[in-house]
Design a protein around this ligand. Structure first.
Ligand SMILES: [Mg+2]
Length: 308
């Protein structure tokens, strides 16, 4: 049996079976050390899988930190310290320095610090970031309650459109196209939301594989039905223009695009804060499925071993 036979998530299930840890299952692992909740997470960016070597190195470094911060804030935490492991071929030193300038910039922006790491020679460049965060109150995927509103931050689908634009390798990009590309190569984690999540949310996770796929993970973990409404799902002006130009459906990008690094969370509808970038896209009901406009939603999204 090959990994592609069971997919990324099938593999993860089998590995969890071996480890039998009760803590595994959220964007970060909440561990209690001397009465305080610490959040641990790691995420790897791999050349030609997550980025190409012709991307600005500082953007790759920024993204490597951002995707980890995204997991921490998704659980209501703030990032603290990080370790960075590199696998890399014999490449230009300037490129690696550029990568670290991006890492440093991201850490300054998010208020965290890289305190060590490791380097090994390998065929391709990969950047593996471990991150430690803390939370007043950890919020995972399993606490959604019937009657909760379902919320997302920001807009969805931009990153996928940005990737498609990059793959077109056009000589000239218009402004709205550059904004979409920026969302893909230099995503920003929702550092504005952990306080709100920690205070009010019953369940929370980040959207890294696409809303359709990630909503199923939350529904299964919480054993609830997520009833979503398509007209509420937020898409950017830029994505709307892109889709109109290329004859695509923005909703499709928002549902299965992936790499948005926005947050998906649930709490009482009245706790919506109009000063934060958040919008209600549905309600939590009894059941264990995800529906869109009252029709069962297929969990389409990114699986590393089944696509591309
Ligand atoms: Mg995540």
């Amino acid at each position: 049996m090959k990994i592609s036979d069971i997919g990324e998530f099938g593999l993860i299930e089998r590995l969890k079976d071996i480890l039998k840890s009760s803590i595994i299952g959220d964007d970060t692992a909440p561990v209690i050390v001397e009465g305080k909740a610490l959040l641990l997470t790691c995420d790897i960016l791999v050349q030609d899988r997550h980025f190409k070597l012709n991307y600005p190195p500082s953007a790759i470094g920024w993204k490597a930190i951002s995707v980890n911060v995204s997991d921490v804030v998704a659980n209501g935490g703030t990032p603290l310290y990080s370790l960075v492991s590199l696998t890399l071929p014999d490449m230009e030193v300037g490129f690696v320095e550029g990568l670290y300038h991006g890492i440093k910039k991201a850490c300054e922006f998010y208020g965290c610090e890289v305190v060590g790491g490791n380097v090994s020679k390998g065929e391709k460049l990969s950047i593996d970031v471990f991150m430690l965060g803390k939370a007043e109150r950890f919020v995972g995927r399993s606490g959604a309650k019937r009657g909760d509103g379902i919320f997302v931050s920001g807009t969805l689908g931009d990153s996928r459109a940005g990737l498609e634009l990059l793959l077109m390798e056009k000589g000239h990009y218009e402004d709205f196209e550059l904004k979409l590309i920026e969302k893909h190569i230099r995503p920003t984690a929702r550092i504005d939301l952990p306080k709100h999540i920690s205070k009010y949310a019953n369940a929370s996770m980040d959207i890294s594989d696409g809303l359709a796929s990630d909503a199923w993970k939350l529904a299964r973990a919480s054993k609830v039905k997520l009833s979503l409404f398509s007209e509420k799902i937020p898409v950017s002006k830029e994505l709307a223009v892109f889709c109109k130009k290329h004859g695509k459906n923005p909703l499709e990008y928002a549902l299965s695009g992936g790499e948005d690094y926005e947050l998906l969370f649930t709490h009482k509808p009245e706790k919506l804060n109009p000063f934060l970038s958040m919008v209600q896209i549905g309600i939590v009901e009894e059941g264990e499925v995800v529906c869109l406009d009252n029709v069962l939603l297929e969990p389409s999204g990114f699986d590393h071993f089944r696509m591309l």
